[in-house]
Design a protein around this ligand. Structure first.
Ligand code: UD1
Length: 416
């Protein structure tokens, strides 16, 4: 199993190219099930999660082929409506095939998902939405069995709380349903707007983009399209933390500040210099970091996917910070590992009190989930001495070419 070794203490200086967003690519690939025609996605990152989604679509009958560098071409007829446990267990976002399969084939059987070990993460909102659209749902042997013999009907669906995945799944399904679907309290994450842009290019009729009320008028069929995936805002925020924690200066080429929501404001408040430039965002730190509170919230609030990385930054700031996680339970698994490197972090329920220390010290540590694993890389970049991060397969799910991107800016890092 791969590990990463980091020698800390080298400020990052240079340019990091930001890849296409993983969390946009996943629902966009699922949109390939909505038409037999060719959907070409540009700016697709080379990530384990996207390979998993490609495998899932392939076994549904969709041909997933690289078209040119960083482009994927999807096309073909659905030949199988079952999403098997062996693939779904690797990645929770596999549930996103349920909406398209139901809409096109009126039947789907999808294993209940696994994914990151960050809390219970049910899919009840997805299922209630499909039921409101006329589907019958039952659970059978660990599988969701869904049927809509008369096709999906438009409905008003009010989410009791914001869910990115449920909003995406219902958007995908509603695009081909009969009549109008209204999604109330929908997620407003940039990846949702990206999905709407692609669905619209495929012929869907969706109003309310960027708001929490989406109105979808179902159409009889969707057609092929070409769509460029937006830059990864979580990768952007993560490398911003890397530049900041090492006291360096990095141009995050291709990054879009508008997609970062409250994350950039929190970094600025902590003393990190953020400059929007024509080519991207430059992130630098010349002076000390100040302890800054953060609370995770749906977009445009502070992203839960940035919580672990920001906490690592705060671990070496002057003063204390309180970091509160409101989206997921059990998302502080990085804390004991950071404390082993000398951080002073106490968890009280959904909040972590971080008392900044002057420096961290290198240690062998264990990655537990995707974003937590990068928080340990950040700690290693800043720490005195050598850090070895174990279980880096978590990292490979969502970060492309980590060692190359960091080493290109002067980090001393290797996989072994
Ligand atoms: C997506 C992102 C993930 C990010 C999360 C929140 C992808 C592939 N993943 O995950 O990186 O951390 O948004 O921004 O885009 N919930 C339920 N019932 C449901 C659905 C969700 O209770 O049916 C709960 C979840 O357990 C969680 C909260 O709602 O506590 C938000 O989850 P959701 O927004 O759905 O996250 P994902 O779409 O799984």
């Amino acid at each position: 199993m791969d590990r990463i070794r980091i020698e800390g203490g080298h400020p990052l200086e240079g340019v990091i190219d930001i890849s296409g967003a993983k969390n946009a690519a996943l629902p966009l690939m699922a949109a390939g099930l909505l038409t037999d025609e060719r959907l070409v996605l540009e700016n697709v990152a080379d990530l384990a999660d996207l390979t998993t989604m490609a495998a899932l679509l392939t076994q549904h009958g969709i041909a997933v082929e690289p078209e040119q560098k960083r482009c994927l071409s999807l096309g073909g007829a659905i030949t199988n409506t079952e999403a098997p446990y062996d693939i779904v267990r690797k990645m929770r976002a596999s549930i996103l095939v349920l909406g398209p399969l139901l809409a096109r084939k009126r039947v789907a059987r999808v294993s209940l998902p696994g994914g990151c070990a960050i809390g219970t993460r049910p899919v009840d909102l997805h299922l209630k939405g499909f039921e409101a659209m006329g589907a019958r749902i039952s659970l059978d042997g660990g599988y969701i069995q869904a049927e809509a013999p008369n096709g999906l009907q438009g409905a008003e669906i009010m989410f009791p709380f914001v869910s990115v995945g449920a909003t995406e799944n219902l958007l995908l399904a509603a695009s081909l349903a009969e009549g109008q679907t209204v999604l109330v309290n929908a997620a407003r994450e940039p990846e949702i707007s990206d999905l709407i842009a692609c669905l619209t290019a495929m012929g869907a009729d969706i109003a309310g983009v960027g708001t929490d009320r989406l109105v979808v008028n179902g159409v009889g069929a969707l057609h092929g399209a070409r769509h460029r995936i937006l830059p990864d805002r979580i990768e952007t925020g993560t490398y911003a933390c890397a530049a900041a924690i090492t006291g360096g200066s990095v141009l995050l080429r291709g990054a879009r500040a508008v997609d970062l929501g409250a994350v950039l404001a929190a970094l600025a408040q902590a003393g990190v210099v953020i400059e929007e430039q024509a080519e991207g965002i430059r992130v630098s730190r010349r002076n000390g970091l100040h302890g800054t509170d953060a609370m995770t919230e749906p977009f445009p609030g502070f992203a839960t996917d940035m919580q672990a990385q920001f906490m690592t930054l705060m671990a070496v700031a002057d003063g204390a910070s309180m970091i509160t996680e409101t989206i997921f339970e059990n998302r502080f698994m990085h804390v004991p590992e950071l404390n082993r490197m000398g951080a002073r972090i106490n968890v009280h329920g959904a909040s972590a009190i971080v008392r900044g220390v002057p420096s961290l010290s290198g240690a062998p540590v264990m990655a537990t989930d995707l974003r937590a694993s990068f928080s340990l890389v950040l700690a290693g970049l800043a720490a005195k001495g050598e850090t070895v991060v174990n279980r880096v397969y978590h990292l490979d799910r969502g970060y492309e070419a980590v060692e190359a991107k960091l080493a290109g800016c002067g980090a001393v890092i290797e996989r072994f």
